[in-house]
Design a protein around this ligand. Structure first.
Ligand code: PLP
Length: 421
């Protein structure tokens, strides 16, 4: 099946009522037929619903559909993108281990990996996403994950995915990519050797800024990389918290299985069925929306590049952009999503322009149908000094736009009046 067909059908068998829309199962728990049935479910002798912290029929459709879109084997939905990232890492790493992360990351991921995981005894080592070869020097026998974003937020860089996965595979290390900004409509990381993908579903998946959620997807055949691999002993040895279960011996998708039985069970950052239902609605139009976001973002980027008050435009779909070749290589038809940024003369001018726009909303989000404008130096990156801002690719004079689904002529007209106000 092609992408748009999967987006509208995958993972859903119509119930006895023949409902066209996926039903919303708003329930905390499920009745067992009898004690034997309950015992079989807990022992994994039979698969079925137990409690919505572990599984839910609406969430199940969201997980199956998203896994299909990404070309993966299985997925676990979570309460937010941040918890999907945490689960993807905590499933493999524990105190005493380390992970290797690209420096160009979403701010929340940077603080989670550099600071919060440190308090759990997991060390994050950083590499420049433009220098994948520098990963080699950071690897040791305690390295459990290599983590990066396919299309980075907010610096808008494109990772050389296969260069990173080649190095990881040489050392039998799992790779995790955050594919939130590119989305499976534009980029399918498993085709380039990635093992696990994570997403904030709060962005393009919902598409209208409706709900917070996340999802972690594992590629097909991941068992082979984990089975017998000394880096991942806890998948290969009995789990005392699950009556001695050895995950590699269970004929179910390995990474999702352990995340569900151990992390969802014990940490509980589970998605609401209602949010899963909203994400299912969003997915149906994901492909159409990503084409339009990409088309409008390119038109706006080209306009900004030609404007005298704009010093530099960052958009990987522009031929002048340093990431152009990578975008052509990894994104469908080079379509580069809806995120762009541009630099003006000064911090003060950036503030003036942002305040003068009327159609763009001043919001710290991306991937909404409504266009969003932000000035990172006065909001998300306020605590950083000039040197730090430059180092993470968001200088004080930078404005970021998440291009929505309005008519691009109106978007260009509004930014023009703001630039010339
Ligand atoms: N990953 C990326 C690339 C993001 O942009 C964000 C949020 O902006 C997240 C993860 C975190 O997602 P959430 O806000 O759903 O926790």
């Amino acid at each position: 099946m092609k992408f748009s067909t999967k987006a509208t059908h995958a993972g859903y068998e119509k119930d006895t009522q023949g409902t066209m829309a996926v039903p919303l199962y708003m329930t905390t728990a499920y009745e067992f037929r009898d004690v034997e049935h309950a015992a079989n479910l807990f022992a994994l002798k039979e698969l079925g619903n137990i409690y919505t912290r572990l599984n839910n029929p609406t969430t199940d459709v969201f997980e199956k559909r998203f896994a299909e879109l990404e070309g993966g084997e299985a997925a676990i939905a979570t309460s937010s993108g941040m918890s999907a990232i945490f689960y993807a890492i905590a499933n493999a790493a524990e105190a005493g281990d380390n992970i290797i992360c690209a420096s160009q990351l979403y701010g929340g991921t940077l603080t989670q990996t550099a600071h919060t995981l440190k308090r759990f005894g997991i060390e994050a080592r950083f590499f420049d996403v433009h220098k994948p070869e520098s990963i080699e020097a950071l690897v040791d026998d305690k390295t459990k994950i290599i983590f990066f974003e396919s299309l980075t937020n907010p610096s808008i860089d494109v990772a050389d995915i296969s260069a990173i996965t080649e190095i990881a595979n040489r050392h039998d290390i799992l790779t995790v990519v955050d594919n939130t900004v590119a989305t499976p409509a534009l980029c399918r990381p498993f085709e380039h050797g990635v093992d696990i993908s994570v997403h904030s579903a709060s962005k393009y998946t919902t598409g209208q800024g409706l709900a917070i959620g996340g999802i972690m997807v594992e590629r097909k055949g991941l068992l082979e990389k984990i089975k017998g691999n000394p880096r991942y002993a806890h998948f290969n040895e009995p789990d005392a918290s699950y009556h001695g279960l050895v995950y590699v011996d269970v004929p179910l998708p390995i990474y999702s299985l352990r995340a569900r039985l151990s992390l969802l069970r014990d940490l509980g950052a589970v998605v609401s069925p209602f949010n899963s239902w909203l994400f299912i609605q969003g997915i149906e139009t994901l492909n159409l929306r990503m084409k339009e976001h990409s088309r409008s973002a390119l038109a706006l980027a080209e306009f900004l590049e030609s404007h005298k008050s704009v010093q530099k435009v960052n958009y990987p779909g522009l031929k002048s952009n340093a990431n152009y070749a990578m975008a052509q290589k990894y994104f469908d038809k080079g379509q580069s999503s809806g995120l762009l940024s541009f630099e003006v003369e000064s911090f003060e001018q950036a503030v003036k322009i942002v305040d003068a726009t009327k159609l763009y909303s001043l919001v710290v989000n991306i991937g909404d149908s409504k266009s969003i404008i932000t000035h990172p130096a006065s909001t998300t990156h306020q605590q950083l000094n000039d040197a730090e801002l430059n180092a993470c690719g968001v200088p004080a004079n930078l404005i970021r736009i998440s291009v929505g689904l309005e008519d691009v002529e109106d978007l260009i007209a509004d930014i023009t009046q703001a630039l010339e106000a």
